[in-house]
Each structure stands twice: as C-alpha cells, then as structure tokens.
Design a protein around this ligand. Structure first.
Ligand code: MG
Length: 167
C-alpha cells in the first residue's frame, strides 16, 4: 500500500495524566511551581512535558514516550523530562521535521497557574530551541469534580504541528 501524502504538514496529539500527592514543588513544563502537592511518576512526572513529547512523536509517527523511555528502565527513574523531550525532539528532527507550533492545555484545580504560564511557555521554548511565540499554553481547573477537580491528578494535553523539511 503506497503512501499518498499531499501535505508537508503533520499534526500530533499528546495527552498525559499524573497523580498528585502531598509535597512540592509542582514540576510543570520544566518549571518548579510552588505548591503543597507534587506529581508522582517514574520520571520527574512532568505531565506537561510528557504531553508535549508525545504530540511531537505522534506527529512524526514515531513510537510514543512510553516505548522510547519505558518505566521498567531504572535509567528513567526520577529522570528530568526536559532531557526526554530533547531526545524525542532530536528524533523528530532526524526524521525530517521542524516544529511549526505547539498548543497545550493543563487541567489543574490548584494552584492558580495564570501567573506561571509565561514562564512555562518560555521554558518549553528554551528546551526545544523555539521562540515562545510558537508555544500556546492555557490552564483550566477541574470545576471541582472528578480526579482533577478533587486534586488527585493533573492532566495535560498538547497538539503539535510539524513541517517536513526540504531534504
Ligand atoms: Mg507521564
């Protein structure tokens, strides 16, 4: 079955959820946000960077974050997710794509993230070598219901647009 791709643009979607436990700070998008709860996971549990990583990998039809960095691998324990994102972004570039833009949403009941959105956008741009103008970021609460609203978890979602580079 031959491929018949008529556009050099590729869209990708990434989603991730991590559990919250008492502690802090809250690592989000590579920024430590002061908070009385923290995200739990095998790596540093940076839910936003994981969603970004999967959006980029998905747009390039590469294996997802869990397959590239399995949580059964001790080397990934407490690992800085910025490091994972750089490795994934390099794979995407090697596959022949450049990033056009990202748009992300973080669902967290607390803390109020409005004051941190710009710092997080700049940090994500910095990790990826992009302009902050290429990173969209919004924060939503969980409306007091469900795992997000009850502060049991934080969810992040991201879409990424890639453009195939001239060979
Ligand atoms: Mg994750």
């Amino acid at each position: 079955m031959g491929r018949n791709i008529t556009s050099n643009l590729r869209i990708g979607f990434g989603e991730d959820t991590h559990r919250l436990e008492p502690g802090g700070p809250l690592r989000l998008g590579g920024v430590d946000v002061p908070h009385d709860r923290q995200l739990i996971g095998h790596s540093d549990a940076d839910v936003l960077l994981h969603a970004v990583t999967d959006a980029l990998l998905g747009a390039a039809t590469l294996p997802d974050i869990g397959r590239i960095f399995p949580n059964t691998d001790e080397a990934n324990r407490n690992r800085d997710s910025a490091e994972l994102l750089v490795i994934a972004a390099n794979k995407v570039a090697k596959a022949g794509y450049s990033i056009v833009n990202l748009d992300c949403v973080v669902h967290a009941q607390r803390p109020k993230l409005a004051d941190y959105l710009d710092a997080i956008r700049h940090r994500v741009a910095n990790i990826l070598g992009l302009d902050p103008h290429q990173i969209g970021l919004k924060a939503k609460t969980g409306e007091g219901v469900g795992p997000v609203g009850h502060e049991e978890a934080i969810v992040a979602r991201c879409v990424a647009l890639l453009e195939e580079m001239d060979a």
